[in-house]
Design a binder for this molecule. Structure first.
Ligand SMILES: [Zn+2]
Length: 186
């Protein structure tokens, strides 16, 4: 982590502490929770939590409050909910960039399959925050789902099988074993 990032993290932690009394006036029972969300919103001003499914939003904000107050880790949201039009555009750009639908699916899924469109996926930052979430997120139903995306987490009721990439699929074979296929059959 660079010096600037460390200094900003330190300032954010101090701001969080200073905001607790203000948050107490607004939400007496949840002052620390609210104060840390405010502080993180200042540190990551571009983040947009709107459109996330209520359970996913609750899990994310509760998890990052624990990271903030217990371990001093900051977790910001790079990308959460995307509407179908935006996802379609991102997918189309990836197809154009990589030259094929199959290659594009290793990084981006079309709208009808994307958990971002359903409000259940969260791309987080920085890497240290993502590592914290990978270690502790299961308590909140937040799981890293792809080997090739350290930043991508999903809210799930059951722990998912971690796949190599978004285009991969897993299923139970007749012998009860788990199979992972690199890509959907075309
Ligand atoms: Zn993602």
């Amino acid at each position: 982590m660079g010096i600037k990032v460390r200094v900003l993290a330190g300032i954010t932690r101090v701001v969080g502490v200073l905001l607790v009394p203000v948050a107490f006036c607004r939400a007496p029972g949840r002052a620390r929770f609210v104060a840390c969300q405010w502080a993180l919103g200042m540190r990551f001003p571009a983040e947009d939590l709107r459109g996330l499914a209520p359970d996913a939003l609750a899990a994310f904000t509760r998890a990052r409050a624990e990271a903030f107050w217990r371990d001093g880790q900051l977790i910001g949201l790079t990308s959460g909910h995307r509407d179908a039009v935006e996802q379609h555009r991102i997918f189309g750009e990836e197809v154009w960039r990589t030259g094929s639908v199959e290659a594009a699916r290793r990084r981006v899924l079309p709208p009808e399959e994307s958990s971002h469109v359903r409000g259940l996926a969260l791309d987080v930052r920085p890497t240290e925050g993502a590592q914290w979430l990978e270690r502790h997120g299961a308590r909140y139903g937040l799981y890293r789902t792809y080997d090739n995306e350290w930043w991508h987490f999903e809210f799930r009721l059951v722990e998912p099988v971690r796949l190599p990439h978004p285009g991969a699929a897993a299923w139970l074979a007749e012998d009860g074993g788990l199979r992972v296929w690199g890509s959907w059959p075309v």
